[in-house]
Design a protein around this ligand. Structure first.
Ligand SMILES: [Zn+2]
Length: 278
């Protein structure tokens, strides 16, 4: 019980998914939400040949609810996989394989590491999907600062946009404004709207101070300078995205359901090299 206490809601979660059957039922509801579909011939009729396993009536192909996913032919009980996903949805960037092993109460650190290495990219991939800029407009009070940054032997005009979340930094966007257009006109002309129509926009000027945007702007400049000193071969555009995603990732919520759906959606996660944190 003590272990569960450290991860918020884990005890209730374990009660909900207390058996493998309950977990497979959940997977079935996601994967075959609209009924069975044969992966080979697309037929929608099948015979049940075992619990969570069936055979296509048309071509005879046998498949299961976990076929083609990371859960296929796993030796680890599904209840443990579910706990592991839940753990990652709560701990996210603070997750470690050692803690996971502890939570799952399994003896082998090799198994824990293997599960960890499979789930971490899935978690990041799920977070990444939530970070897409379009259909994720900044809301509420939004600060804007125009600034200039010197990068790669070139001065660049940028617009830093920061959402104020109860006075602290919320989600951010940084865009280049090469022709030094008026920021509002410039932002309006972008392909997708970055700021919600109902947002209260404050643009930095002599009369209006935008402390959050100023802070982000300065931090971004320092960060870019560091990257330049480290001689990382990244373009300014890439750096802008990496920086924004890095800041925004902490503000994005992902749930157990989000990650599980992503896993079952057969998404190929980006390569992830992790070390077993001690
Ligand atoms: Zn078939």
């Amino acid at each position: 019980m003590e272990k569960c206490d450290r991860i918020k809601g884990l005890e209730a979660f374990n009660k909900k998914y207390s058996t493998n059957k309950k977990c497979l039922e959940k997977i079935k509801n996601i994967r075959w939400k609209n009924g069975f579909r044969c992966p080979r011939c697309n037929c929608n009729e099948a015979w049940d040949i075992a619990p969570f396993k069936c055979k296509c009536r048309n071509c005879g192909y046998q498949t299961s609810v976990t076929a083609g996913t990371i859960f296929h032919r796993t030796h680890l009980p599904m209840t443990k996989w579910f706990q592991a996903i839940y753990y990652l949805s709560v701990r996210r960037e603070n997750a470690t394989a050692t803690e996971l092993q502890n939570i799952l109460d399994i003896g082998s650190n090799k198994t824990a590491l293997s599960v960890f290495n499979k789930l971490v990219p899935m978690t990041y991939c799920t977070i990444g999907k939530r970070l897409t800029w379009h259909n994720n407009q900044l809301k509420g009070i939004v600060e804007i600062e125009e600034s200039e940054i010197f990068f790669d032997h070139k001065g660049r005009d940028i617009i830093v946009i920061v959402e104020s979340k109860h006075g602290s930094i919320g989600r951010i966007r940084i865009v280049e404004n090469p022709k030094r257009q008026n920021p509002i006109a410039f932002l309006k002309n972008l392909n997708h709207q970055l700021i919600d129509e109902k947002a209260t926009v404050r643009i930095h000027s002599r009369e209006i101070s935008c402390p959050l945007a100023k802070r982000v702007s300065q931090d971004f400049k320092d960060w870019c300078q560091k990257k330049e000193e480290q001689k990382q071969k990244k373009t300014f555009k890439e750096l802008r995205f990496v920086y924004c995603n890095m800041i925004n990732a902490y503000k994005v919520k992902v749930t157990f359901n989000d990650i599980l759906k992503n896993i079952l959606g057969n998404n190929v996660p980006p390569a992830y090299n992790s070390k077993l944190k001690k």
